[in-house]
Design a binder for this molecule. Structure first.
Ligand SMILES: Cc1cc2nc3c(=O)[nH]c(=O)nc-3n(C[C@H](O)[C@H](O)[C@H](O)COP(=O)(O)OP(=O)(O)OC[C@H]3O[C@@H](n4cnc5c(N)ncnc54)[C@H](O)[C@@H]3O)c2cc1C
Length: 390
């Protein structure tokens, strides 16, 4: 017998979402069902994704930089953006990463910290998916501590000359423009780097076991010469890149729940179909205890995400609150994905089902945009007033 309620239905979260936001969410869900889901197992298996083609389609869909105002961006609510991230990640965290990096990291950096010329030049094309952006902060030796980065921009007359290496950069090899953060004589500054600049290269990172349907790259800057106008004029110091990360993390608060929801729906359907010792796996108490507990965490995470969405729309969301949501929802999502995997037994390790793909993807989500430990330290510092980072 089919169940009468979905995990999120139990919490009645649908009633907390306005009609317009729901319509946007449903459009993204339909897009992923038709255009993305049929290909995901192959993209993940082959570790390739038609990023350029997809960027244009995502641009047509209106999700690239959708919560930004002007310059061809849709200007939706933050809640609608979160819900879109949830649907994209219910398909695959790689797809959501493409959209997050484009909108919340690269486009947000230019929108928030760029000159009028930089905004005019890049944002409309990026919103349309005609130009892809990446965001280079992490280096081989500096991840959680980007303030110690070695990439350096030195002045030469009016020009800037950049040298250094960035690592683990989403969209890197397919990007038309890289927002690169570098040390200068006057603090860390951001630079808008066209990827066809002489001295710039972006070799792809291979042999990944996670986010295989996503392009991840190294960025090599070898005497890359840029005009004075390439610097983001308004960002000085680490607060510039951290403000962008905060935007992308907010999308992850919702996104990770999408992956978890997809796992849980798959596990519930599977348990009903699978007969063990002569009756459905779903009819065993041990299975139901797992499903009930996972539904609680999914629903609580969704209430938290929607609450943070409301705060962001009201303009009062703090970075500590975003850390709270990212830490909780990614940690619970990966726990749900792993538990669902057990319900599917051996089928759980196959790409015929999405569950281990999601679990593996969430390993990256747990690490990027601030690791879980870093967010614990952020919360610890907020609670005690003591920094335990160093
Ligand atoms: C698939 C993927 C895509 C990515 N995309 C991008 C991108 O587009 N742009 C970009 O700039 N970066 C990107 N990253 C990099 C990501 O942001 C970093 O991996 C992350 O910040 C962690 O840095 P790290 O890997 O160097 O780990 P480290 O910083 O070396 O951390 C190692 C361990 O130490 C822990 N740790 C760190 N500090 C402390 C402390 N003070 N106390 C206790 N424990 C601590 C960490 O939590 C972690 O468990 C991506 C990463 C992945 C995996």
């Amino acid at each position: 017998m089919p169940g009468t309620q979905t995990p999120l239905g139990l919490f009645g979260t649908e009633d907390l979402i306005g009609e317009d936001d729901r319509a946007i969410r449903d459009t993204v869900r339909a897009f992923t069902a038709d255009r993305i889901r049929p290909h995901l197992a192959d993209w993940f298996d082959e570790a390739s994704i038609p990023a350029r083609e997809l960027a244009r389609e995502l641009g047509d869909l209106g999700v690239l930089g959708m919560h930004l105002e002007g310059y061809g961006c849709a200007g939706t609510t933050a809640t609608a953006y979160g819900l879109a991230c949830m649907e994209l990640e219910a398909a695959d965290s790689g797809l959501r990463s493409l959209v997050s990096v484009q909108g919340s990291l690269a486009m947000f950096a230019i929108r928030r910290w760029g000159s009028e010329e930089q905004k005019q030049e890049w944002l409309p094309r990026m919103a349309a998916g005609e130009a892809i952006g990446c965001f280079g902060l992490t280096e081989p030796d500096f991840g959680s501590n980007p303030g110690d980065m070695r990439t350096y921009a030195r002045r030469d007359g009016d020009d800037w000359v950049l040298n250094g290496t960035k690592m683990w950069i989403t969209n890197g090899s397919v990007a038309d423009v890289a927002v690169v953060w570098a040390q200068t004589e006057d603090k860390i500054r951001g630079f808008v780097v066209p990827t066809d600049s002489p001295g710039f290269s972006a070799p792809e990172i291979t042999k990944k076991l996670s986010l295989r349907a996503s392009v991840t790259s190294e960025l090599v800057l070898d005497d890359v010469r840029l005009p004075a106008s390439a610097m983001l004029p308004e960002a000085r110091g680490l607060s510039g890149p951290l403000s962008c990360l905060n935007e992308a993390r907010y999308g992850i608060v919702f996104g990770a729940l999408g992956a978890a929801r997809d796992c849980l729906e798959t596990a519930i359907a599977y348990a009903q179909e699978r007969d063990i010792f002569g009756k459905p796996l779903a009819s065993y108490q041990a299975t139901q205890l797992k499903l009930a507990d996972m539904s609680l965490e999914l629903g609580k995470g969704m209430l938290l995400a929607l609450h943070l969405g409301r705060l962001k729309d009201a303009g009062t969301l703090t970075s500590e609150q975003v850390s709270t949501g990212k830490l909780n929802n990614v940690r619970e999502a990966i726990a749900i994905a792993r538990e669902c995997r057990t319900i599917l037994g051996a089928n759980g390790i196959s790409l015929e089902y999405p569950v281990l793909r999601h679990a593996n993807n969430l390993e990256s989500v747990l690490t990027y945009e601030g690791t879980s430990e870093v967010h614990q330290l952020v919360i610890g510092q907020t609670l005690t007033g003591q920094s335990a980072f160093r």
